[in-house]
Design a protein around this ligand. Structure first.
Ligand code: AMP
Length: 170
Protein backbone atom coordinates (compact mmCIF):
# COMPACT_ATOMS: atom_id res chain seq x y z
CA UNK A 1 0.00 0.00 0.00
CA UNK A 2 1.23 3.50 -0.84
CA UNK A 3 1.18 5.14 2.60
CA UNK A 4 2.69 8.37 1.26
CA UNK A 5 -0.45 8.86 -0.82
CA UNK A 6 -2.46 8.90 2.43
CA UNK A 7 -0.17 11.32 4.34
CA UNK A 8 -1.03 14.98 3.76
CA UNK A 9 1.68 17.66 3.71
CA UNK A 10 0.85 21.08 5.16
CA UNK A 11 3.45 23.81 4.49
CA UNK A 12 4.36 26.34 7.22
CA UNK A 13 2.58 24.52 10.08
CA UNK A 14 2.85 25.04 13.04
CA UNK A 15 5.30 27.77 12.02
CA UNK A 16 6.96 29.08 8.84
CA UNK A 17 9.48 26.70 7.27
CA UNK A 18 8.01 23.46 8.69
CA UNK A 19 6.47 21.03 6.22
CA UNK A 20 4.02 19.25 8.52
CA UNK A 21 3.29 15.58 7.80
CA UNK A 22 -0.38 15.23 8.66
CA UNK A 23 -1.33 11.62 9.48
CA UNK A 24 -5.02 12.39 10.14
CA UNK A 25 -5.68 11.58 6.47
CA UNK A 26 -3.98 8.20 6.96
CA UNK A 27 -5.80 7.47 10.24
CA UNK A 28 -9.24 8.15 8.75
CA UNK A 29 -8.64 5.64 5.94
CA UNK A 30 -9.72 2.19 7.21
CA UNK A 31 -7.35 0.18 5.00
CA UNK A 32 -4.51 2.63 5.64
CA UNK A 33 -4.94 2.49 9.42
CA UNK A 34 -5.13 -1.31 9.49
CA UNK A 35 -2.14 -1.70 7.16
CA UNK A 36 -0.04 0.75 9.21
CA UNK A 37 -0.65 -0.98 12.54
CA UNK A 38 -0.38 -4.51 11.10
CA UNK A 39 2.91 -3.71 9.34
CA UNK A 40 4.42 -2.07 12.43
CA UNK A 41 3.41 -5.11 14.51
CA UNK A 42 4.96 -7.47 11.96
CA UNK A 43 8.22 -5.51 11.79
CA UNK A 44 8.48 -5.19 15.60
CA UNK A 45 7.52 -8.78 16.50
CA UNK A 46 11.11 -10.04 16.70
CA UNK A 47 12.02 -7.28 19.18
CA UNK A 48 9.74 -9.07 21.68
CA UNK A 49 8.84 -6.03 23.81
CA UNK A 50 6.91 -6.28 27.08
CA UNK A 51 5.43 -2.77 26.66
CA UNK A 52 4.90 -0.07 24.07
CA UNK A 53 5.74 3.45 25.27
CA UNK A 54 4.08 6.21 23.24
CA UNK A 55 4.73 9.94 23.44
CA UNK A 56 1.98 12.56 23.63
CA UNK A 57 0.04 12.85 21.57
CA UNK A 58 0.36 11.10 18.24
CA UNK A 59 2.44 8.38 19.89
CA UNK A 60 -0.77 7.47 21.76
CA UNK A 61 -2.72 7.17 18.51
CA UNK A 62 -0.19 4.84 16.88
CA UNK A 63 1.17 3.13 20.01
CA UNK A 64 -2.05 1.96 21.65
CA UNK A 65 -3.44 -0.06 18.70
CA UNK A 66 0.08 -1.41 18.11
CA UNK A 67 0.29 -2.63 21.73
CA UNK A 68 -3.19 -4.17 21.38
CA UNK A 69 -2.18 -5.92 18.17
CA UNK A 70 1.05 -7.23 19.77
CA UNK A 71 -0.80 -8.41 22.87
CA UNK A 72 1.21 -6.22 25.27
CA UNK A 73 0.60 -3.16 27.47
CA UNK A 74 0.81 0.53 26.60
CA UNK A 75 2.43 3.22 28.77
CA UNK A 76 1.97 6.94 27.97
CA UNK A 77 4.74 9.51 28.15
CA UNK A 78 3.01 12.87 28.64
CA UNK A 79 3.55 16.62 28.68
CA UNK A 80 4.08 18.08 32.21
CA UNK A 81 1.23 18.10 34.70
CA UNK A 82 -0.99 15.57 32.94
CA UNK A 83 -0.13 12.35 34.81
CA UNK A 84 -1.75 12.00 38.25
CA UNK A 85 0.80 9.82 40.13
CA UNK A 86 4.51 10.62 40.89
CA UNK A 87 6.60 10.99 37.71
CA UNK A 88 10.10 10.85 36.24
CA UNK A 89 10.78 13.92 34.09
CA UNK A 90 13.06 14.68 31.13
CA UNK A 91 13.64 17.81 29.00
CA UNK A 92 13.84 17.49 25.20
CA UNK A 93 14.15 19.48 21.98
CA UNK A 94 11.64 19.47 19.12
CA UNK A 95 12.16 20.41 15.49
CA UNK A 96 10.13 23.49 16.46
CA UNK A 97 10.82 24.33 20.13
CA UNK A 98 11.66 22.69 23.45
CA UNK A 99 9.49 20.86 25.94
CA UNK A 100 9.44 18.35 28.80
CA UNK A 101 8.08 14.81 29.10
CA UNK A 102 6.90 12.79 32.10
CA UNK A 103 6.27 9.12 32.82
CA UNK A 104 4.77 7.48 35.90
CA UNK A 105 7.51 6.28 38.29
CA UNK A 106 5.71 3.01 38.90
CA UNK A 107 5.01 2.23 35.23
CA UNK A 108 7.67 -0.48 34.96
CA UNK A 109 9.68 -2.98 36.94
CA UNK A 110 13.39 -2.68 36.07
CA UNK A 111 14.48 -5.04 33.30
CA UNK A 112 11.29 -4.67 31.23
CA UNK A 113 11.71 -4.71 27.43
CA UNK A 114 10.41 -1.45 25.96
CA UNK A 115 9.44 -0.43 22.41
CA UNK A 116 9.18 3.36 21.88
CA UNK A 117 6.53 4.38 19.33
CA UNK A 118 5.68 7.73 17.74
CA UNK A 119 4.12 8.86 14.47
CA UNK A 120 7.29 10.55 13.20
CA UNK A 121 11.01 10.93 13.91
CA UNK A 122 12.49 14.29 12.92
CA UNK A 123 15.55 15.43 14.95
CA UNK A 124 15.13 12.48 17.31
CA UNK A 125 14.93 14.81 20.31
CA UNK A 126 11.63 13.40 21.57
CA UNK A 127 12.55 9.75 21.11
CA UNK A 128 16.09 10.31 22.45
CA UNK A 129 14.73 11.91 25.62
CA UNK A 130 12.21 9.10 26.09
CA UNK A 131 15.01 6.57 25.59
CA UNK A 132 16.96 8.25 28.42
CA UNK A 133 13.89 8.16 30.65
CA UNK A 134 13.56 4.42 30.06
CA UNK A 135 17.25 3.58 30.41
CA UNK A 136 17.57 5.70 33.59
CA UNK A 137 15.09 3.45 35.37
CA UNK A 138 16.91 0.27 34.36
CA UNK A 139 14.62 -0.87 31.58
CA UNK A 140 15.84 -2.30 28.28
CA UNK A 141 15.07 -0.29 25.16
CA UNK A 142 14.62 -3.03 22.54
CA UNK A 143 13.56 -0.78 19.66
CA UNK A 144 11.88 2.35 18.34
CA UNK A 145 9.13 2.40 15.71
CA UNK A 146 7.84 5.32 13.66
CA UNK A 147 5.40 5.57 10.80
CA UNK A 148 7.45 8.39 9.23
CA UNK A 149 11.17 9.24 9.19
CA UNK A 150 12.51 12.62 8.04
CA UNK A 151 15.92 11.31 6.91
CA UNK A 152 17.70 14.66 6.46
CA UNK A 153 17.27 15.52 10.16
CA UNK A 154 19.37 12.50 11.24
CA UNK A 155 17.15 11.57 14.18
CA UNK A 156 18.77 8.12 14.30
CA UNK A 157 21.94 9.71 15.68
CA UNK A 158 20.10 10.27 18.98
CA UNK A 159 19.19 6.58 19.18
CA UNK A 160 22.54 4.80 18.81
CA UNK A 161 22.61 1.01 19.05
CA UNK A 162 18.81 0.74 19.05
CA UNK A 163 16.93 -1.13 16.29
CA UNK A 164 14.71 1.38 14.44
CA UNK A 165 11.62 0.46 12.43
CA UNK A 166 10.08 2.99 10.02
CA UNK A 167 7.43 2.61 7.32
CA UNK A 168 7.82 5.76 5.20
CA UNK A 169 10.89 7.92 4.55
CA UNK A 170 11.09 11.49 3.26
P1 AMP B 1 11.73 15.22 16.92
O1 AMP B 1 11.78 15.25 18.41
O2 AMP B 1 12.43 16.40 16.27
O3 AMP B 1 12.16 13.90 16.34
O4 AMP B 1 10.21 15.45 16.52
C1 AMP B 1 9.30 14.41 16.60
C2 AMP B 1 8.00 14.87 17.18
O5 AMP B 1 7.56 16.12 16.64
C3 AMP B 1 6.94 13.86 16.84
O6 AMP B 1 6.10 13.70 17.96
C4 AMP B 1 6.21 14.45 15.67
O7 AMP B 1 4.85 14.21 15.81
C5 AMP B 1 6.51 15.95 15.71
N1 AMP B 1 7.02 16.48 14.44
C6 AMP B 1 8.26 16.98 14.21
N2 AMP B 1 8.40 17.40 12.96
C7 AMP B 1 7.23 17.15 12.35
C8 AMP B 1 6.75 17.34 11.01
N3 AMP B 1 7.50 17.88 10.04
N4 AMP B 1 5.49 16.94 10.73
C9 AMP B 1 4.71 16.38 11.69
N5 AMP B 1 5.10 16.19 12.96
C10 AMP B 1 6.34 16.56 13.30
Amino acid sequence: MDLKALIREIPDFPKPGILFKDITTLLQNPEGLRYTIDLLAEKCADLAPDYVVGMESRGFIVGTPLAYKMGIGFVPVRKPGKLPAPVHQVEYELEYGTDCLEMHKDAFKSGCRILIVDDLIATGGTAGATAKLIQNIGCQLVGCAFVIELKDLNGRQRLPDVPIVTLVEY
